[in-house]
Design a protein around this ligand. Structure first.
Ligand code: PLP
Length: 240
């Protein structure tokens, strides 16, 4: 229904209309590649479906608004191998074409999520993470920490003479912070990657389709690490 393709996906489209005759409205709440995020539960007149793989547990969600929420565990919950699905019972059973048994949520509900041999370690790990979130004060507290971490990094980028953020301010992700070198410093990009890695910071390179830099600061990333990255950026800036 809407796209920001013309601006290299740098913002979340607004003011679009969802047609009444569609079966559902699907969105992916956080764009890990371009660093934009929908940190709200949209109001639409059709069933709402969301892929929250990369930002689930980073803010309280109004679950009642959704027919389906699904999320791979591998960002904010557990090692890869398990997927969370929250589905309204009334959303089930409306497909009038044949769907593979494995892809029918009713199969998994009927079998208590044990239709196939479950990956026990990721599931156990998910339990431990959820317990940890609860002990820390719940998802409200995780959101507070995530906002704080993102603010430290975005403030450093916004006040930098050589780095610049790529996503529209009001839509930027608190999970994936995307930035590049300003035009006149573009040729320093690979040097910064090297400098960062000499300081022990790995995985700072942007997604291969966009280049630049990307700091993924999921829930498991401590504030200290974000501060260390900021210190590295400032040191690099001073050098140049
Ligand atoms: C992280 C992510 C992926 C990629 O998952 P892989 O298991 O690394 O392939 C795909 N979609 C969404 C929405 C994601 O957040």
């Amino acid at each position: 229904v809407a796209s920001s393709k013309e601006a290299n996906f740098s913002y979340i489209p607004k003011g679009y209309t969802v047609p009444d005759d569609v079966d559902y409205f699907h969105f992916t709440s956080n764009n890990t590649i371009y660093g934009t995020e929908m940190r709200f539960d949209p109001d639409v007149n059709v069933p709402l479906v969301a892929d929250m793989s990369s930002d689930i547990f980073s803010r309280p969600i109004d679950v009642s608004k959704y027919n389906v929420i699904y999320a791979g565990a591998q960002k904010n919950l557990a090692p890869a191998g398990v997927t969370i699905v929250i589905v309204k019972e009334e959303a089930l059973g409306h497909v009038d074409r044949a769907i593979p048994t494995m892809l029918d949520y009713r199969t998994h509900i009927k079998k208590g999520s044990m239709f196939n041999t479950p990956p026990c370690l990721p599931i156990y790990s998910a339990l431990q993470t959820l317990k940890y979130y609860k002990e820390m004060g719940g998802i409200k507290e995780m959101e507070k920490r995530d906002l704080e971490k993102a603010a430290i990094l975005y403030d450093a980028i916004d006040s930098s003479k050589i780095f610049v953020g790529t996503a529209a301010h009001e839509d930027r992700s608190i999970m994936n912070v995307c930035f590049v070198m300003k035009e006149e410093y573009k040729d320093l990009e690979s040097e910064f990657i090297e400098f960062a890695s000499s300081q022990g910071m790995v995985g700072i390179k942007g997604h291969r389709s966009v280049g630049g830099f990307r700091a993924s600061i999921y829930n498991a990333m401590p504030k200290l690490s974000v501060e260390a990255l900021v210190a590295t950026m400032k040191e690099f800036e001073k050098k140049h």
